[in-house]
Design a protein around this ligand. Structure first.
Ligand SMILES: C[S@@+](CC[C@H](N)C(=O)[O-])C[C@H]1O[C@@H](n2cnc3c(N)ncnc32)[C@H](O)[C@@H]1O
Length: 390
């Protein structure tokens, strides 16, 4: 084990007695339409991929063997993992704008050999100008046909694994079962984590990557852009927090039209182990959007008010706060009746504070209460102390 970080969790494979078919090592087929004669219906690839992902999530969630069997049969009807891979490979040219691993290689090149990268007059900054003394080693997970890093053989030595390999040089292995004897400079998790149906297992995958990294090694994480822009669970900011908690610094982050790409570096000091040894760096908590919105308002403002625009008590509290002449950027107000996430945020506040009513007021990150609590705190002088406290 390279980093001394223990295995993050159980294998991704389900322990169910119903076996998963992987489709075997069949030749990768581009469905006709992309390059073939029959015109492909726009978005058909994306739809089939989305349907496969939905089934994968449902399989991860169910504990009912009959239901699981039914869902697996539905995946098989779609052509199984092999057809999913075909769809995903065909869609990927368009999805990535033909970029494949190029973005990652370009950033790596700048990091590993900044001078050569800057000096080369060539348009393609990923090309090595000199023969590399030691090649960078890459473990590419979910590699399908194992072509991502082939162009840069002169300075990148790639090992490819997939649950269902589609070329002889790609090893058939679940990431969680791949031996930890070798350490790599980079672990590639391109469009793999989003494939995993179970949310906790997604986090485990990030943590598991530590097991294969040389100290300070890199992880290349790629997700569909919609995972952070159109999700109930994830935003860029939340992903940053997750990555930070999982022991990674963000070296570079860029979104393309369809993808969000992150080059991460293992932190010098990894997060301390929580008490539960089954989850060394991960408390398994998945924040939801309602929590993120509420916590952001509270943490980013001296005074945070969850209000309703028609509520007279809220009006009274807001007037009192306005009279305090606090810089406007330090006061954050959400009108829950005008926000589509309002009811969910109100439920979250009930869980957090035991208070369902509005206004629900926080000062300096601390819960104060409602309108009466605010007036009382003002008359006792407590409010000034809270506003001044750090
Ligand atoms: C959408 S494809 C990603 C292909 C490629 N990396 C890319 O960027 O286009 C997802 C691949 O991840 C593989 N995969 C999913 N979970 C895996 C795991 N635990 N271990 C190894 N491969 C896995 C699947 O078999 C599938 O081929």
């Amino acid at each position: 084990m390279a980093s001394g970080v223990p295995d993050a969790g159980p294998a991704a494979k389900s322990d169910s007695s119903v076996p998963r078919k992987t489709g075997g090592r069949r030749k990768l087929v581009r469905p006709r339409g992309k390059r073939g004669g029959i015109k492909n219906r726009k978005g058909a690839h994306a739809k089939k991929i989305a349907l496969y992902h939905t089934l994968e999530k449902q399989i991860a969630r169910t504990s009912d063997a009959t239901e699981r069997k039914k869902l697996l049969a539905q995946q098989e009807q779609l052509g199984g993992l092999a057809a999913y891979q075909d769809q995903s490979t065909t869609g990927s040219d368009k999805l990535r704008g033909g970029e494949s691993a190029k973005w990652c290689v370009k950033v790596l090149r700048e990091l590993v050999d900044p001078q050569a990268s800057a000096n080369t007059g060539a348009k393609d900054k990923t090309k090595a100008t000199t023969k590399a003394a030691t090649k960078l080693s890459v473990l590419d997970v979910g590699a399908i046909a194992g072509t991502s890093y082939a162009k840069w053989k002169s300075w990148i030595d790639a090992t490819y694994i997939d649950l269902n390999p589609r070329a002889p040089h790609v090893h058939q292995s679940d990431f969680f079962s791949w031996p930890t004897d070798n350490a790599y400079n980079l672990v590639g998790l391109s469009l793999v984590i989003n494939f995993v149906g179970d949310l906790r297992q997604r986090g485990n995958m990030l943590l598991h990557a530590h097991n294969y990294l040389v100290p300070g090694g890199y992880v290349y994480l790629v997700l569909p852009l919609a995972c952070v822009t159109n999700s109930r669970y994830l935003t860029h900011e939340h992903l940053r927090e997750i990555l930070d908690a999982a022991g990674y610094n963000i070296v570079r982050q860029e979104d393309s039209k369809k993808l969000t790409r992150w080059l991460l570096q293992q932190k010098a000091t990894l997060p301390k182990r929580p008490a539960d040894p089954a989850r060394p760096h991960w408390d398994g908590r998945v924040f939801k959007k309602k929590e993120l919105i509420a916590e952001k308002l509270i943490s980013e403002h001296l005074v945070a008010v969850f209000s309703k625009s028609y509520c007279p008590y809220c009006r009274r509290a807001k007037d009192l706060i306005q009279a305090l002449n606090i810089e406007s950027s330090k006061v954050g107000i959400i009108e829950l009746d005008k926000d589509s996430n309002g009811p969910a945020i109100q439920n979250y506040l009930l869980e957090k504070t035991g208070q369902r009513t509005v206004p629900n007021i926080f000062i300096n990150g601390k819960h104060l209460g409602g309108s009466d609590d605010l007036s009382n705190a003002q008359s006792t002088g407590e409010l000034s102390k809270l506003l001044a406290s750090l």
